[in-house]
Design a protein around this ligand. Structure first.
Ligand code: PLP
Length: 220
């Protein structure tokens, strides 16, 4: 199967309201170009340097999403063009994105990354940390950052019930935050969840954005 046919198959499997982010990390520009030629325009990368290299070699109408953990000292390099950062997970990162977005006279859309999986990782707010972050409200003083929703990753496991439970938790946090802080803000609308192994469950549980790499490009 070709990249083009993988993308076409996925488009049929994904409801029209769900955005497909093609995760191109570790795949060279030439391969990404095949997905572009199949009509894909949104790509996700998890490393800044790799993203910059690929961006240079690929068409200018691609919307690049940043999906990996983001160091503050690298925000400056992606601030001029990044279309969505999925991995906002601290106030310090927020303040740096605000600063760099302002310098570029842009408003940068970001998702609150929340740690929902059982696995220990360093990335993502815990649900309570995220509640506190929203309650403290300093994000309201950041006019160059648009908080557009939430992002999470399910546990890497064959236990579908476990993954479903985690996605449900993320959807329920989204609803809680929407009601509590963004009821009048139509920009707060994305639930980024679902990857190659679990995107059908994520869609059933309310995902609006799936991030899929392996199924499109093969193993990394
Ligand atoms: C790599 C990655 C993906 C894509 O994973 P696949 O299993 O290859 O579809 C999605 N989200 C994040 C945050 C990733 O790092």
């Amino acid at each position: 199967m070709t990249i083009q046919s993988h993308i076409e198959t996925l488009r049929e499997a994904i409801p029209s309201g769900v955005t497909l982010v093609a995760v191109s990390k570790f795949h060279p520009a030439l391969v990404v170009r095949e997905a572009y030629d199949a009509g894909q325009r949104i790509f996700g990368e998890s490393r800044v340097q790799e993203l910059l290299t690929k961006k240079e070699r690929l068409p200018g109408d691609i919307q690049w999403h940043f999906i990996g953990s983001l160091q503050r000292n690298k925000v400056r390099q992606i601030a001029p063009f990044i279309s969505l950062i999925h991995s906002l997970d601290s106030e310090r990162l927020l303040l740096e994105i605000e600063k760099q977005a302002e310098i570029n006279t842009r408003v940068i859309s970001c998702l609150l990354q929340i740690h929902i999986a059982e696995e220990e990782t360093k990335s993502g707010f815990s649900p309570d940390e995220c509640r506190l972050f929203l309650e403290e409200g300093r994000w309201k003083a950041c006019p160059h950052v648009r908080i557009a929703g939430v992002m999470g990753m399910g546990t890497f496991t064959d236990d579908k019930d476990q993954v479903r439970k985690e996605f449900r938790q993320l959807k329920s946090l989204f609803d809680e935050f929407k009601t509590g802080y963004f009821a009048d803000d139509s920009s707060f609308r994305e639930i980024s969840m679902g990857m190659t192994s679990d995107y059908p469950i994520a869609i059933e549980e309310g995902s609006t954005m799936v991030r899929i790499g392996t199924l499109i490009f093969g193993d990394r």
